[in-house]
Design a binder for this molecule. Structure first.
Ligand SMILES: [Zn+2]
Length: 121
């Protein structure tokens, strides 16, 4: 059985045995449902799997107006965008999927910058 806990930070995380959701989510029933469905579709393993990664990238790339509103009205959810963060209960948390997404964004940024500089000068 998986335990569902409401916490102050982030949007939602699946830790294998526990799903942590932002405590403000129940105020947005539709979004709450979608987020919970997303978390339930993760592999319930300690390590991030390829399936997890694909699942997160798909969600990340999907436009969700309600999620955007939630992020702008609840800055505590921004923690979700950090690849590495700290919680008193769990210590240092590394979000592999988030880390990979930032690495890809950074890489694309560097490539665009190099190409722009080459063509400009
Ligand atoms: Zn996810």
């Amino acid at each position: 059985m998986v335990e569902i806990k409401y916490v102050k930070w982030g949007l939602a995380n699946n830790f294998g045995d526990t799903i942590e959701l932002n405590k403000h989510l129940p105020k947005y029933p539709n979004l709450h449902y979608r987020i919970l469905q997303h978390e339930l579709h993760h592999d319930f393993k300690k390590k991030t799997t390829w399936k997890d990664l694909k699942h997160d990238i798909k969600s990340f790339a999907t436009y969700d107006k309600e999620r955007l509103i939630f992020f702008t009205t609840h800055p505590s959810a921004w923690v979700q965008l950090f690849p590495i963060w700290y919680s008193k209960e769990r210590g240092i948390i590394i979000d592999d999927a988030c880390l990979i997404m930032w690495a890809v964004i950074l890489l694309v940024d560097i490539i665009i910058t190099i190409l722009a500089v080459k063509w400009w000068f």
